[in-house]
Design a protein around this ligand. Structure first.
Ligand code: GLC
Length: 557
């Protein structure tokens, strides 16, 4: 076994070689690089922009940054269409910029996680170009999933499958064959039965691990391994098949062999690298992705799909803590990311409709008019939910801009939209651009401090009041709430245990953590009395010493 010392090779400070389990209880901040900070003024956020904001991240108090794709890409799907896994998009920077960013983060004590996209490449990846120039049934085509068409002359697709963003999932190439793409046609699915595919990703894992990357967020982790029968099922048949490990395309049991091989690479490093699976699978099958013999951790999106409701929140927490304990992992908590309507907005829409951001999607479809969005209530609940999740055992994954209490941007003109989901399925969604609008750093400037020029997506005028500069001056701002919360959490380092405390109110949840930390959340509308203890933080001011509706308080007892 090769032992690589990142610290020695990358020249990072020695204290960076840390607790191998650091990721188990971490606060991870997701950066969508094109929309975070633009240093060169081309309208697209870049790595130098991230480096320039390391002091901000440090002050926020996060343990790690997860960087969404920054690889060369035609941006058919916001960078999740990767041309080259071992390089940087020239609009975003260079490998030298990457190294400088990694070093700046390391010096600030912040770990780095990068996004890896193994289910598909882009159609500009050298393998796909080669596949197109190679004849049907050639080894070059075998790195992807090519099939002959159906019908008398093969002009019909191999099956009627729909892609995730709408439209067909099979596209024909000039010589008549068809290839599978679960997402856009610019994202051909790889064939993970091909040994070169497996080997090449191991090389990519080492490439970034050698550059000081501590972990990998694994895109569509449940999709890689497929077993397609000669006669393909129809979409309806596919939908009806159980997803129990034997489904032809989703969550197949053999996918875990891939991650066991990745684990061997992770364990070559000190501290060992880890992976976090993005796997939208049945909750009871999720923990397999978090196995310590595989990636180590998996996203739990249950809270993100739930309404702001005490019963649901308690059920979700109890279930997830138990299921990760069984596999020896730690839980993860997510309220927002680059794929869903921001949680401040979801919680401001009528309840029951908030699930999966679907209400948000409906609301966006009519330009953000009906059903009415209650921005104030949405933000109050968002702040309460955030303090609730930050008090839980496990890792919290935050999405850039949630610390500013940003709402989804509803009124992006059609002509400015970028998300392929909008172009392919306009009836169903306006897509995900509304949570990807570049961050406001200041109240003025051509892009509210995002960069010296205009931003690549239009920013609304209300961004000025939500900017970092404005919020820094306001002790009650959402930014200051996040800063205080992360500092307190870091001080307590409370480990893995949680004990529920009965409150006598159906809509009030309370739980105790080690070191006397008590978290109480009122999901209801009317104020309730607080238990004994010193109040250390509240998501909004108490009312005459009582906990108002849609509020969380942290107490020291
Ligand atoms: C994941 C990403 C999403 C992307 C898709 C295809 O779900 O989070 O943004 O569109 O995979 O790569």
């Amino acid at each position: 076994m090769t032992v690589r010392s990142t610290t020695a090779e990358s020249g990072l400070p020695a204290e960076f070689a840390v607790d191998p389990d650091w990721w188990r209880q971490a606060v991870v901040y997701q950066i969508y690089p094109r929309s975070f900070a633009d240093a060169d003024g081309n309208g697209i956020g870049d790595l130098q922009g991230v480096t320039s904001r390391v002091p901000y991240l440090r002050e926020l108090g996060v343990d790690a940054v997860w960087l969404s794709p920054f690889y060369p890409s035609a941006l058919a799907d916001g960078g999740y269409d990767v041309d080259d896994y071992r390089d940087v998009d020239p609009r975003i920077g260079t490998l030298a910029d990457f190294d400088a960013m990694a070093a700046a983060l390391a010096a600030a004590g912040i770990k780095l996680i990068v996004d890896i996209v193994p289910n598909h490449t882009s159609d500009r990846h050298e393998w796909f170009r080669e596949a197109l120039t190679a004849p049907p049934h050639s080894p070059a085509r075998d790195r992807y999933i090519f099939r002959d068409g159906t019908g008398p002359d093969g002009s019909l697709p191999p099956a009627d499958w729909r892609s995730a963003f709408g439209g067909p999932a099979w596209t024909r190439v000039p010589d008549g064959q068809w290839y599978l793409h679960t997402f856009t046609r610019e994202q051909p699915d790889l064939n993970w039965d091909h040994p070169q595919v497996r080997e090449d990703f191991l090389r990519t894992l080492r490439f970034w691990s050698d550059r000081g990357v501590h972990g990998f967020r694994v895109d569509v982790a449940n999709g890689l391994v497929k077993d397609l029968p000669e006669k393909l099922p129809s979409q309806a048949e596919l939908d009806a098949m159980p997803q129990d490990g034997s489904h032809p395309v989703l969550d197949r049991d053999e996918v875990h062999e891939v991650y066991e091989a990745w684990r061997e690479v992770f364990d070559e490093y000190d501290p060992p690298r880890f992976g976090i699976a993005e796997a939208w699978v049945a909750p009871e099958r999720r923990a397999r992705y978090a196995s310590p013999r595989g990636l180590g951790q998996a996203f739990n999106f249950d809270l993100l799909e739930a309404d702001f409701d005490a019963g649901r929140f308690r059920e979700i927490v109890t279930f997830n803590l138990a299921s990760v304990r069984r596999v020896g992992s730690s839980s993860t908590w997510v309220l927002s990311n680059h794929d869903v309507v921001r949680h401040a907005t979801r919680y401001g829409l009528p309840p029951a409709a908030g699930n999966e951001g679907r209400a948000g999607v409906r609301w966006l479809l009519n330009g953000g008019r009906e059903p009415a969005l209650d921005t104030g209530a949405g933000l109050r609940r968002a702040r309460a939910a955030t303090l609730f999740t930050l008090a839980l055992p496990g890792s919290a994954y935050l999405y850039q801009g949630e610390e500013l209490g940003l709402h989804e941007v509803a009124d992006i003109p059609d002509g400015a939209r970028q998300d392929p989901a909008f172009f392919r399925d306009r009836e169903a969604t306006v897509g995900r651009d509304g949570c990807r609008v570049p961050l406001p750093w200041s109240a003025e400037g051509p892009s509210y401090g995002f960069g010296p020029g205009e931003a690549h997506l239009p920013q609304p005028s209300w961004f000025a009041d939500h900017s970092v500069a404005v919020q820094e001056e306001d002790p009650g701002s959402t930014l200051n709430l996040y800063r205080r919360a992360l500092a307190h959490r870091r001080r307590l380092r409370a480990g893995e245990s949680l004990e529920w405390v009965e409150t006598g109110h159906e809509q009030v949840l309370a739980f105790r953590r080690p070191n006397g930390w008590l978290c109480v959340t009122n999901f209801g509308d009317s104020a309730v009395d607080l238990p004994e203890g010193e109040v250390v933080l509240t998501s909004r001011p108490l009312e005459g010493g009582r906990l108002p509706g849609a509020t969380t308080a942290w107490l020291q007892t």
